[in-house]
Write a new protein. Structure first.
Length: 153
């Protein structure tokens, strides 16, 4: 079962890569004037729909595996607790934590620019843009009746 899932994942990833290469090449062809804007827009929409379907299929393979969910939970827990873990640990453990979360760091002499490993890069980008809960904060509480009524008007 796992071998079949791995083979299916490989096929989907290869197909997704091929679709994305086509999209990139067609865009370059559009920029070079080799194809019309209309043709590019139509094909790009078609390929984007196919790519979205492949991504959904890949996501379905991940959710079908309970070990993946456990790993995702652990990643989120680590991301949530990374700071408090870091400040409580000795330098050796701090280094180990940094190697798990970061892939590289650059500096301009004043500032440090970390490069996060996957999936921490996605978590960091979301946190930076504060997209975790767009409508409500994490300290959800009932809305006051007058505010609720005003929001309906």
């Amino acid at each position: 079962m796992q071998e079949e899932t791995a083979a299916q994942r490989t096929r989907l990833e290869q197909r997704l890569s091929a679709v994305r290469r086509r999209m990139e090449q067609a865009y370059l062809d559009k920029l070079d004037g080799k194809i019309s804007e209309e043709f590019w827009a139509a094909k790009n929409a078609e390929w984007q729909e196919e790519a979205n379907g492949i991504v959904l299929a890949l996501g379905g393979l991940q959710t079908a595996n309970p070990d993946r969910l456990l790993t995702a939970n652990r990643v989120l827990e680590l991301a949530n607790e990374a700071y408090s873990l870091y400040v409580r640990q000795n330098s050796r453990e701090q280094g180990k934590l940094l190697r798990i979360v970061l892939s590289n760091c650059a500096t301009d002499g004043i500032s440090l620019y970390p490069e996060y490993r996957k999936p921490f890069d996605l978590i960091f980008e979301r946190a930076k843009r504060e997209e975790w809960r767009a409508l409500r904060d994490s300290n959800s509480r009932p809305i006051a009746p007058e505010l609720f009524l005003a929001s309906l008007a």
